[in-house]
Design a protein. Structure first.
Length: 256
């Protein structure tokens, strides 16, 4: 697929290991890798992208089985997606960047920062936990189910997938099951492991987010250079629902 430009935006595919990865690039400035949430296409963070692109050259890869990137045989795991992300940076010739990840994307960004600290300048993790202790009891009960409850996902995610996935709309259920099996056991990172992250780190969580505030505070203390910002009157969807507020926190942190 040849690159196409629209008001500075570039879209293309690149082969990163065994993943034919779709990505877009928009904006000018220092490179920033923006990683979407689980089961999301990059349209879900378009409001955040637009605001960050006023200050940074924003790269938006869609991970395996997400958006326009086809699925790959086998399970989906955070470690695999982190390796895919490292391979993506190598494929596009990026030696380092700021990393901003939402939900699943935040876990992927964290693993890259732990495994390849040379790649991550500053790290922003939005709405995520690092081990099961970070989730409330009702979510623990839900994780005991063999399949993801249909009501757990906004219908727009399936609609976006159906509109762009090269695997076709019927493959959605396969991807949801892979994601669910991953979420039932991952992430499971000990807080002590966060000491491996050398990049300055911002944890951005909503007042009514999935991770508990106690867990977010413990994460913040575990990073060598971490801080926590709580967004009031917001929930896990805040990058979609309050992109200006989220972007403001990110831009302030990255610009120090």
């Amino acid at each position: 697929m040849a690159p196409s430009a629209d008001q500075g935006k570039v879209s293309d595919y690149v082969d990163a290991e065994d993943v034919h990865t779709y990505y877009e690039v928009v904006g000018r400035g220092d490179p920033l890798l923006l990683l979407h949430g689980g089961l999301c296409a990059i349209e879900t963070i378009s409001g955040l992208t637009e605001r960050l692109a006023e200050h940074y050259r924003v790269y938006l890869p869609e991970r395996r089985a997400h958006g326009r990137t086809p699925d790959v045989d086998g399970p989906i795991t955070y470690d695999l997606m982190a390796r895919d992300t490292i391979a993506f940076l190598d494929a596009v010739g990026m030696s380092s960047a700021h990393f901003v990840g939402w939900s699943d994307g935040a876990v992927v960004a964290l693993l890259v920062a732990m495994q390849r600290p040379d790649l991550v300048r500053r790290l922003v993790m939005i709405g995520t936990h690092v081990n099961p202790e970070g989730l409330p009891s009702e979510v623990h009960e839900m994780m005991k189910l063999d399949a993801m409850p249909p009501e757990a996902l906004p219908p727009v995610l399936r609609e976006l997938y159906a509109g762009v996935s090269p695997d076709g709309p019927d493959h959605w259920d396969v991807v949801v099951d892979k994601e669910w099996q991953m979420l039932r056991s991952e992430p499971n990172i000990a807080l002590e492991e966060l000491a491996k992250v050398s990049a300055p780190t911002l944890l951005l969580v909503a007042e009514h987010d999935f991770p508990t505030l106690e867990h977010s505070e413990a994460m913040s203390r575990s990073f060598p250079n971490g801080e926590l910002q709580v967004v009031p009157d917001a929930d896990h969807g805040m990058p979609m629902e309050k992109p200006s507020i989220v972007a403001g926190h990110v831009i302030d942190f990255l610009g120090r």
